[in-house]
Design a protein around this ligand. Structure first.
Ligand code: F0G
Length: 420
């Protein structure tokens, strides 16, 4: 089997997999290409056996289980391990969405609390194999938390660019705790990404944002693992929150390769959900993808507060190839969805709740049919953004659950129980 290689989606130039570059010199994005000798049934049996038997060479990682379709070759593998996230079903959430066949794949239950770990284990592993001496990223918080953790494991210095005042407390705390040099940039995420692209090029630092093709490789395993959990019976819809569009891009690549490889007969449709205040991709979708938009982004879901998504072109391909959809939901819908997911005992961060709010919207609009099976991706853990939770429950509203201060007498407790 030939080793994977890189190919520019814009100019077609090919580079070896060991190239330290995250993007093409022409400015286009690189894709990892695989030449494979094995057939779908052989691979599927091997992936299933590894899942069953624990795959000790990679500590049971739910990413590296699929290594033939990610990154093979010599060198160390930096796994936490990650993946193996649950598929939840909860009646309360299904009722709120108005759809019986709804499962939630909780990527917030990865080691650093978000799906980013799946891409980061592959990107850091490849960066080390390509000889990187330092790594960098721009982030709305989760990418930086994940990169900081994996860089620490690999013994690499990490440099993080985040928008000042717009990163949830849990995420910023993680970047600091794991030891990344953290720069609070006066500007939004889009400004951070421009700066880190410039800085990594000028200073020879490996760039680990999702423009890095190895991030996409790792994130493909969200889809493959969920197919595997369903016995390779695909759902009708996969609903995912969308910001910089790395995940939407990764899902399309995962489904394309699964089909080419004979792992899958029917391709699920991908629905990407943006926050209404940060919805350039939705706008583009409504115009038949004839134009790409850049907007000034604002939303309570700071993870997806992005106005100029880097993986736009790759994501368009996903929506086209899967006959998918893009929708947008208000901050109000996001917070209500979050309250419902939280109160079901699962919990997620605001951006993740956008997927659940989006599923509800698509059900109400009749885009998701009555009998369709739906998997929504919860991308981040409830503890990522404690600020939003405290603020939500201190305000008036239907799902409110404020704390109660007492002096510390038993009678007060009795009184409270009676009132319930
Ligand atoms: N959900 C969460 C929790 C995220 O952190 C992100 C992106 C997304 C959804 C959107 O995914 O960008 O692939 O479309 N967070 C990035 C970060 C931008 O820096 O952590 P996307």
């Amino acid at each position: 089997m030939k080793a994977p290689y890189l190919r520019c989606a814009t100019c077609g130039m090919e580079l070896p997999a060991t190239s330290p570059r995250a993007d093409c010199p022409c400015g286009g994005l690189l894709d990892v290409r695989h030449d494979r000798a094995e057939t779908g049934p052989v691979l599927r049996a091997r992936f299933d056996r590894r899942r069953r038997d624990g795959d000790p060479s990679v500590q049971g990682s739910g990413v590296w289980r699929f290594r033939e379709l990610l990154l093979l070759g010599r060198g160390p593998t930096f796994t936490h391990p990650e993946g193996n996230t649950p598929l939840y079903r909860r009646d309360a959430v299904a009722r709120w969405v108005g759809h019986g066949d709804l499962a939630l794949k909780h990527e917030g239950e990865n080691p650093t609390g978000s799906f980013k770990d799946r891409g980061m284990t592959v990107a850091v592993t490849q960066a080390v194999r390509a000889g990187a001496t330092a790594v960098a990223c721009a982030s709305t918080g989760n990418t930086s938390a994940s990169m900081a953790a994996y860089a620490a494991q690999a013994g690499l210095p990490a440099l993080v660019f985040v928008p000042a005042g717009k990163v949830a407390a849990g995420k910023l705390a993680q970047a600091l705790a794991y030891g990344a040099r953290t720069l609070l940039v006066r500007g939004d995420f889009d400004a951070c990404l421009r700066l880190v692209r410039e800085a990594s090029e000028a200073l020879g630092i490996a760039l680990l944002n999702s423009i890095n093709p190895w991030r996409i490789e790792g994130q493909k395993t969200i889809v493959w693992e969920l197919l595997q959990q369903r016995g390779w019976d695909p759902p009708d819809w996969i609903v995912v929150p969308a910001g910089n569009l790395g995940n939407t891009a990764a899902f399309g690549k995962a489904l394309r390769e699964a089909r080419e490889q004979g792992l899958l007969r029917r391709v699920p449709r991908v629905a990407s959900v943006q926050a209404a205040g940060a919805s350039p991709f939705y706008r583009s979708f409504r115009g038949g993808f004839r134009r790409r938009y850049r907007v000034r982004a604002e939303t309570v879901a700071t993870a997806i507060r992005i106005g100029d998504p880097a993986s736009h072109d790759r994501a368009v391909r996903t929506i086209r190839e899967t006959r998918g959809l893009v929708t947008a939901v208000s901050d109000r819908e996001i917070l209500e969805a979050k309250a419902v997911v939280d109160a079901a005992g699962i919990g997620c961060e605001p951006a993740s709740a956008a997927a659940v709010a989006g599923a509800r919207r698509l059900v109400r609009e009749g885009m998701i049919g009555r009998r369709d099976s739906v998997v929504a991706i919860l991308t981040g853990h409830v503890l990522k953004d404690p600020g939003v939770v405290m603020e939500f429950h201190s305000r008036a509203g239907r799902h409110r659950n404020p704390p109660v201060a007492i002096e510390g007498r038993l009678s007060e407790v009795e009184e409270l129980l009676k009132r319930r």
